[in-house]
Design a binder for this molecule. Structure first.
Ligand code: PGA
Length: 256
């Protein structure tokens, strides 16, 4: 039984004060849903506050249960890497998840499958659960190569990661052409890719791991399309960008 998992990727939005207010508002309006996992991934500058405020709100409001993730990290433990943040630093803040390989990092900041692979290994070593993002560009989809491209990313990104390590991984299928564009993949197309990803995980690992793997869809997820996406058999959750920084929209998505 796969528990649905909705994560909010705030990207470079909301400063520290806005993050605190967001979490307090969210807790105030939260309706208890036991059968769902929820995470928010604020920028580094509000992670510490987010963890503290989430703990405070959980103490006050029994039904409120969300987790905090980061949007990126470096794979080394420490050293001369100006501007980077290590997995140990995230772990010491109480961070449970980290998004790895988001297409914006791949396209704008030179992230490669090799660095993604190193980051996943480093996160797993520190028991931070990675949310691995994969997905094709519009050009690749139009050429008919979306599935082979995305599965190739998975093979490279998970290279030399063992069965025992991979069980805490989440995969987010995010077609690049659907991110921030308002154009979401049809639930059928999104499901077809998520099913292919599950099949690839079965090939690399085994049936048990692939059946338990949480696969999210991401790309213009909003209150109006979440229900039909979540109704698909191989879509277990969503990685939400733009709609995750508005409390009411994010709650509507969670309460699909
Ligand atoms: P979007 O972003 O929901 O704004 O399309 C999704 C993402 O990039 O994770």
């Amino acid at each position: 039984m796969r528990i649905p998992f909705i994560a909010g990727n705030w990207k470079m939005n909301l400063n520290n004060n806005e993050a605190i207010k967001f979490i307090q508002d969210m807790s105030f309006k939260f309706e208890n849903r036991n059968n769902i996992k929820i995470a928010i991934c604020p920028p580094f500058t509000s992670l510490r506050s987010a963890v503290i405020v989430v703990e405070d709100e959980i103490a006050k409001n029994e039904g409120f249960k969300i987790m905090v993730g980061a949007q990126n990290m470096y794979f080394e433990e420490s050293g001369a890497y100006t501007g980077e943040v290590s997995p140990g630093m995230l772990k010491s803040l109480g961070i449970e998840y980290v998004i790895i390989g988001h297409s914006e990092r791949r396209e704008l900041f030179g992230e490669t499958d090799e660095s993604v692979n190193n980051k996943i290994k480093a996160a797993l070593k520190h028991e931070i659960k990675p949310i691995l993002c994969v997905g094709e560009t519009l050009k690749i989809r139009e050429e008919g190569n979306a599935v082979s491209y995305t599965l190739n990313q998975i093979r490279k990104d998970l290279k030399d990661i063992s069965k025992s390590e991979v069980s805490s991984l989440t995969i987010a299928y995010e077609p690049i052409w659907a991110i921030g564009t308002g154009k979401n993949a049809t639930p059928q197309d999104a499901n077809e890719m998520c099913k292919a990803i599950r099949g690839e995980i079965r090939k690399i690992y085994d049936n048990g791991i692939s059946e338990n793997l949480i696969i999210q869809y991401g790309g213009s997820v909003k209150p109006s399309n979440i229900k039909e996406l979540m109704a698909m058999p191989d879509i277990d959750g969503a990685l939400v960008g733009g709609a995750s920084i508005k409390v009411d929209d994010f709650l509507a998505i969670i309460n699909y």
